[in-house]
Design a protein around this ligand. Structure first.
Ligand code: OAD
Length: 270
């Protein structure tokens, strides 16, 4: 076993040791709830329990490509609320930036489409937006690309953007159920085999293939879950550490142990 105990202090001690060089991070919607963006599956507050007004056959349909082709209105309605630009990064996003500043971060795999990792200053080449983002958009039929201004206007006004060439609906390059993940995801995944530490934050680990990344790190690589609720198969390996609670509070405790707390506050306040 690599860690002395399965606790936060032992994780911090390991992170300060020369053995811990390549840290990987996996993020989900729970890291952005403190920024005011709802997650998907938390009962009551999650997006999937608040979509009645959209008259969907079932909540996930809003992110299904076949449903979108029939009826893009629910997605456009939701996109207005989720559109980036109105939110600011959380302490947890800033923690990922500190990992990069301390030359520990290999790759941050995120399921989030809010681009808050970038806004927090995590270098772009260290981020894998596994479920895409609002940064670009294409026609779902002929795949022609569209400029962001038209998309933004469409999302703001609720007017569905249609392709000038073929009349197909235009959709931001968010990965819907039924679509493949971006090539950069598949390029970066093999790096996990050389991981010294995996930190998973704010995800229910229910959507694959993303969730299965946790099994790709080597047997001797400690895995840390920071989440409100247990998730995935955490606890089944000798060096698994589960830290339950609000991620911003736990990340602050971890930074204190690392001697990074002042830096965390300074960076977050910028
Ligand atoms: P979920 O909503 O499934 O899970 C969020 C997790 O974060 C839950 O386990 C919460 O308990 C936890 N959580 C919420 N707030 C937290 C906080 N402040 N601190 C710590 N934990 C907190 O969201 P994801 O796992 O990200 O995909 O969902 C995965 C994918 O499902 C999304 O990327 C999206 C969705 O359908 C697509 O749309 C393709």
């Amino acid at each position: 076993e690599v860690l002395e105990e399965r606790d936060l202090a032992s994780v911090a001690k390991y992170m300060k040791s020369p053995e811990c060089r390549r840290v990987f991070v996996m993020l989900g919607a729970g890291v952005s709830t403190a920024a005011g963006i709802p997650d998907f599956r938390s009962p009551g507050t999650g997006l999937y329990s608040n979509l009645q007004r959209l008259n969907l056959p079932y909540p996930e349909a809003v992110f299904e490509i076949n449903y979108f082709r029939q009826n893009p209105v629910p997605f456009y309605t939701l996109a207005r609320e989720l559109y980036p630009g109105q939110f600011r990064p959380t302490l947890t996003h800033t923690f990922v930036k500190l990992l990069a500043d301390h030359r520990l971060l290999d790759t941050c795999f995120t399921q989030n489409i809010d681009t808050l990792e970038r806004q927090a200053g995590v270098p772009g080449d260290r981020i894998v937006e596994a479920h895409g983002s609002f940064a670009s958009q294409h026609c779902v039929d002929c795949k022609a690309s569209f400029d962001g201004a038209a998309m933004k206007r469409g999302v703001e006004t609720g007017d569905i953007v249609k392709c000038g060439d073929c009349g197909g609906f235009v959709k931001p390059d968010i990965v819907f159920f039924g679509e493949s993940l971006p090539p950069v995801f598949h390029q970066k995944v093999p790096r996990l085999r050389a991981a010294d530490l995996l930190i998973v934050i704010g995800t229910s680990l229910t959507v694959h293939p993303f969730a299965s990344l946790t099994s790709l790190v080597p047997a001797g690589c400690p895995r840390v879950l920071i989440n409100m609720d247990p998730a995935g198969d955490f606890g089944t390996r000798a060096d698994d550490v589960t830290l339950l609670g609000r991620c911003d509070a736990i990340v602050r405790d971890l930074c204190r142990e690392l001697g990074w707390e002042a830096e965390l506050d300074r960076e977050w306040g910028k």
